[in-house]
Design a protein around this ligand. Structure first.
Ligand code: HEM
Length: 515
């Protein structure tokens, strides 16, 4: 320290030799940094993209991640620069589904990019999505896949049925019975969050029962979306957040609301399952623990389960609702298919096996996922050290390639000239061309991550929940969109959010009312 003080003293007293050394040092550091940036820029300079994007993530990636207009940006760069676009110093986005398929395939040497660290819910700890350690990821997947698939678990369907009925009861008693409109965007979020909480915690949070955002959870998550958009571009910032002075600002398990409250509930739930008086249950968590998940891991994975499984499913249900309620041709086919297997008693929910055999509803759900991608983040993967090549473009080792979800899902080469239109029939028509149907099915599945390494673990549960709720809503009611000119407002971060989707519902003739 005295040496530093002496140096500073000499500097201010104007000793030329010290000032000169410092000036040269600064120039050297500056030149090295410029050289490194130029080298980085040069490595991918053969790939087209917005000017200056190759110099810093701050120029393109960060502002776009926080703009809330992700799809408009993605469509724009695809139109201007083509199927392979450089959007950051080492980041490229592709709308070529064949390249994305190759990257995501089971034996691909591509791995998760450091952007995944930005998905941490707790800066101190990784969960299955945020971990970059391949072996750790494989270990967690092998522990959890049995519970998620429902094989070792009792009561998944019963718990989902209870929440579907709770949802119907809420709509009917508070709105339909009083001829009042409701914001379907918000109510369906209550449903998906309670449904996933019921699976993860053993009971719902109570959104549906109270018709409110209990613990202010949704409001707080929505507020943190832009920050998440930023952190995914600068994952190194998580190291800064671990500093004690900033750590105090982060959610804590002792909080009374928001993510902290969720962390607290997860801690309590996990604690009940470990220790001498532990509760042994044959539910999802029970299966994870039986296969080796530790207590701290259980705390983190429960929280992730709720975050990963609520908004994603809600978006798919909204996409289906909007397109059925505004298109009489689709509505008639949905109702006819439901009526062909109904009636069930009013207090029963259709069973999963029945909904799996409804081809039009299956096509409708695929189309809903294609039309609006619930998790539209580019999710870049990192090229292996030896690099890769695609269509004559060299992708040097360490290059991150992400996908342009909206452009893949609207690619006219795959989906035809009517790619922009919501048309479930395209799936039924494609049955006559098995190779085309196979490509379409593969590509729409990319919404769930794809491949054996990156595929969503909650896919089976999500589809069961979505099929059931669509069936039950359209079995019982006719829906009217209140503001047909602008049915909802949509904000797109890494995830897409819809708000203000106002509907009115009327009981269908001869439909089973809950009242
Ligand atoms: C329509 C609904 C859903 C969609 C579109 C969806 C999408 C995705 C995607 C794209 C990934 C991969 C992330 C990546 O590695 O890049 C993923 C992973 C995951 N999802 Fe889902 N998800 C949905 C519903 C659910 C539900 C309901 C649950 C929980 C029950 C869930 C739990 C998970 C988990 C645990 C992972 C981590 C898998 C891993 O990293 O190995 N998801 N999901």
């Amino acid at each position: 320290m005295p040496a530093v003080a002496e140096l500073v003293g000499k500097l201010f007293s104007g000793e030329d030799s010290v000032r000169e050394i410092l000036t040269w040092c600064s120039l050297l550091i500056f030149s090295i940094s410029i050289f490194r940036r130029l080298r980085q820029w040069y490595r991918l300079s053969h790939i087209p993209g917005p000017p200056l994007a190759g110099f810093s993530r701050l120029i393109w990636l960060a502002p776009q991640g926080m703009s809330g207009q992700y799809t408009a940006w993605m469509r724009d760069i695809d139109r201007k620069y083509g199927r392979l676009v450089r959007v950051g110093p080492k980041t490229v986005v592709t709308s070529d589904w064949r390249l994305w398929k190759r990257i995501m395939s089971a034996r691909s040497p591509w791995t998760k990019s450091d952007r995944y660290t930005g998905f941490r819910l707790d800066p101190q700890r990784d969960h299955i999505v945020s971990t970059l350690d391949e072996r750790e990821h494989t270990r967690l997947r092998s522990i959890m896949q049995h519970g998620y698939s429902g094989k070792e678990v009792e009561g998944i369907e019963e718990k989902l049925d209870a929440e579907v009925l709770s949802f119907i009861r809420l709509l009917e008693t508070r709105y339909i019975a009083h001829n009042k409109p409701f914001d379907f965007a918000r109510k369906v979020q209550y449903f998906t969050t309670d449904a996933i909480a019921h699976l993860a915690f053993g009971e719902p949070f109570g959104f549906l029962e109270t018709d409110s955002d209990v613990y202010n959870y949704i409001a707080i998550i929505e507020k943190t979306m832009p920050a998440m958009g930023f952190f995914t571009n600068f994952p190194g910032l998580f190291r800064v957040l671990r500093l004690p002075v900033l750590n105090r600002l982060l959610p804590k398990a002792t909080d009374k609301e928001g993510m902290g409250k969720l962390m607290g509930l997860a801690k309590e739930t996990a604690a009940e399952r470990f220790g001498p008086d532990r509760k042994v249950q044959k539910d999802m968590l029970g299966s994870f623990i039986a296969r080796g998940l530790t207590q701290p891991e259980a705390e983190t994975q429960i929280v992730l389960q709720v975050v990963a499984g609520s908004d994603t499913s809600a978006t798919t249900i909204r996409s289906a609702m909007l397109n059925i309620a505004t298109n009489p041709l689709i509505l008639r086919k949905v109702q006819a298919e439901i009526d062909s297997v109904a009636p069930f008693p009013k207090d029963k929910v259709v069973d999963d096996a029945t909904t799996r055999n409804l081809p039009y509803i299956a096509a409708l759900i695929r189309e809903s996922l294609r039309w609006l991608q619930p998790a539209m983040d580019m999710s870049p993967k990192k090229a292996p050290p030896e690099g890769d090549e695609w269509n004559g473009y060299r992708l040097p080792g360490g290059t991150e390639v992400g996908w342009n979800a909206i452009c893949v899902m609207r690619d006219p080469e795959l989906w035809g000239d009517d790619a922009e239109q919501f048309r479930p029939e395209r799936w039924l028509e494609a049955a006559s061309d098995p190779s085309k149907l196979c490509d379409m099915e593969y590509v729409v599945e990319l919404n769930f991550g794809g491949g054996s390494r990156f595929q969503c673990l909650g896919r089976t549960v999500a589809l069961m929940e979505i099929r059931k709720v669509i069936f039950e809503l359209f079995r019982r009611y006719e829906f009217v969109v209140m503001n047909a000119g602008k049915p909802w407002t949509s904000i797109e971060w890494n995830m897409v959010e819809q708000h203000e989707f106002w509907l009115k519902a009327y009981p269908r003739e001869n439909s089973p009312s809950m009242l």
